[in-house]
Design a protein around this ligand. Structure first.
Ligand code: AMP
Length: 547
């Protein structure tokens, strides 16, 4: 029986707390179907792609039934190291209030480190077949205690030629185990594997309903997670959407995005299930009356809302379910209006986009994030329009204006006209107007203009660097196993400055100093904001002499 809410499952409080902390509001379709079955201990074949919430689909039942202090109770096989790392992180995060760490084990990482980590007896191991087999042969991993076995992206795993390795690993696990297989497609080799190693498995797939999307313009844009905010701001600046509805996956995501947008000067509000009815009504009233340009919402909060006149729908996070896609984009183009839907897709989520396209038969065209030049163009044109509007209003209502559209009381221009005259006697008219425009200009809200026009090298005071350089402080150090190459790679990669111009690097136990040329310092600081080095979020700031 499908569930509507995680609270219908009899989960440990710590686990439920972890799910809430992840910001999951409701189960995704695959979770809704598969969780009750998997929690019973039945074998399972889940037909689902990455992005549908499949990791939590097998992760939650495993986390629920782990026993304390027993090593390697769950083994998850993944085709690639990226997936192994991602799965281990996701499970560790969901299980953060439980004693339930997941260790990723993959080729390419120093084997001694893995041996050391395996000795600690992690309850969950997530690995790629080759490296797992290596550990089995060395005797550094024992699978005797495995009670849960997952084959993730089984079709990929077989495509990559891992079948023998997978079989060899499965042979080392106890017969008394729950086996779950997840795969986007179920070709014969995957079915054969399932027949051999699963016992009367239940089958769950994300149903393929026939879906029709109203005739609106649909686009997708490839972005990385950390580029999403800037991308959204540029779209809003360039397209000037009027009313935009932005969907995020989680409540926390909604809150964070609304905060970031407000910080940048957009009128944006969050809408999600944690708001009281009164708060919701207030936000909705603001949105309907046009006081808000952007409403950021979760699917649950937006369900059942009847909002007229939404011009743009942004899928800041791509929906995991094609049906949700249809529901979301259907919020625009109501009452015969034209609408635009723009979906942000990270490289990992391409398959999800294809699924949506296939099931909805929608034509979703690719678009690029507006460039700095486009943002500038639009920004300055808007400035010119403001002046033109004022000029036209000042000249009295032109004949074609409708009679009742008389502008408000005409500004009394006389005192200004006198000053204008004086100024124009002394200066070139172009110069005067340009200065006035700059004074009117409140700046663009996306970061695009700031990036293009640095206000000269910023002064960071005495940072203790060599002449011409700025010394930066980063709160990551030897303790985090950071090496000079990591620092150079992160700075050069994120800011685009050549690695060769990066100066002296001093790594201490808990922090690091790095020198960069003065003219690039502001750019580096901007680029490194919200970024990570060696998987850890870092704080970076100009050093102070006294530190
Ligand atoms: P996966 O298909 O496991 O790669 O999951 C894709 C993304 O969806 C991950 O970022 C998960 O954290 C997220 N996710 C999984 N389940 C849910 C849920 N019930 N609600 C919202 N997000 C979810």
């Amino acid at each position: 029986m499908a569930i509507q809410s995680f609270s219908e499952l009899d989960l440990k409080p710590e686990l439920l707390q972890g799910i809430v902390a992840m910001g999951f509001e409701t189960p995704t379709p695959i979770q809704s179907e598969a969780l009750p079955i998997a929690l019973e201990g039945r074998d399972l074949i889940g037909q689902a792609q990455t992005g549908t919430g499949k990791t939590a689909t097998y992760g939650i039942p495993i986390l629920q039934r782990l026993e304390p202090n027993r090593p390697v109770q769950a083994l998850i096989l993944c085709p690639t190291r990226e997936l192994a790392i991602q799965v281990a992180e996701e499970l560790t995060r969901i299980g953060r209030f439980l004693p339930a760490r997941a260790l990723p084990v993959y080729g390419g990482q120093a084997i001694e480190r893995q041996i050391h980590a395996l000795r600690q007896g992690p309850p969950i191991v997530v690995g790629t077949p080759g490296r797992l087999l290596d550990h089995l042969r060395r005797g550094t991993l024992s699978l005797e205690g495995v009670r849960f076995l997952v084959l993730d992206e089984a079709d990929e795993m077989l495509d990559m030629g891992f079948i023998d390795d997978v079989e060899a690993i499965l042979a080392e696990t106890p017969a008394e185990r729950q086996t779950m297989l997840f795969s986007a497609t179920l070709p014969e080799p995957v079915e054969r594997l399932a027949r051999r190693f699963l016992r009367e498995p239940a089958r769950v797939r994300v149903a393929a309903p026939t879906l029709t999307v109203p005739a609106i313009e649909q686009y997708w844009v490839e972005v990385r997670d950390r580029e999403k905010l800037e991308a959204l701001c540029r779209f809003v600046d360039v397209e000037d959407p009027g009313m935009a509805l932005v969907f995020c996956r989680t409540k926390r995501g909604v809150d964070e995005l609304a905060d970031h947008l407000q910080e940048r000067g957009y009128s944006a509000q969050a809408l999600h299930g944690d708001l009281s009815q009164r708060e919701r009504d207030r936000v909705m009233a603001q949105f309907r009356s046009g006081q808000l340009e952007i409403l950021v919402a979760t699917d649950v909060a937006a369900r059942g809302l009847d909002i007229e006149g939404v011009d743009y729908v942004f899928n800041y996070d791509i929906p995991q379910d094609p049906e949700v896609y249809v529901h979301r984009v259907g919020r625009t183009a109501r009452a015969g209006r034209s609408g635009v839907a723009i979906t942000f897709v990270t490289p990992r989520e391409r398959s999800l986009l294809r699924l949506i396209e296939r099931l909805t038969r929608a034509r979703i065209e690719r678009r690029a994030v507006p460039t700095v030049a486009e943002v500038r163009e639009r920004h300055f044109r808007a400035l010119a329009e403001r002046v033109l509007d004022a000029l036209e209003a000042g000249e009295g209502a032109p004949e074609e204006e409708e009679a009742q559209a008389v502008p408000e009381a005409e500004p009394d221009l006389a005192p200004y006209a006198r000053i204008a005259h004086e100024l124009l006697e002394q200066y070139e008219s172009e110069q005067v107007v340009a200065h006035l425009l700059r004074m009117l200009d409140t700046g663009a809200r996306s970061g695009a203009l700031a990036e293009e026009e640095p206000s000269g090298p910023a002064d960071f005071g005495d940072t203790g660097a060599e002449p011409g350089m700025v010394r930066l402080f980063i709160d990551i150090g030897r303790r985090d196993r950071v090496r000079p190459g990591d620092i150079v790679g992160a700075i050069a990669g994120e800011s685009g400055i050549p690695g060769s111009v990066i100066g002296r690097i001093d790594i201490y136990d808990r922090f690091t100093f790095v020198e960069v040329p003065q003219e690039h310092a502001a750019r580096v600081l901007r680029a490194m904001r919200d970024n990570q080095i060696r998987g850890k979020s870092v704080n970076i700031e100009p050093a102070r002499r006294d530190r």
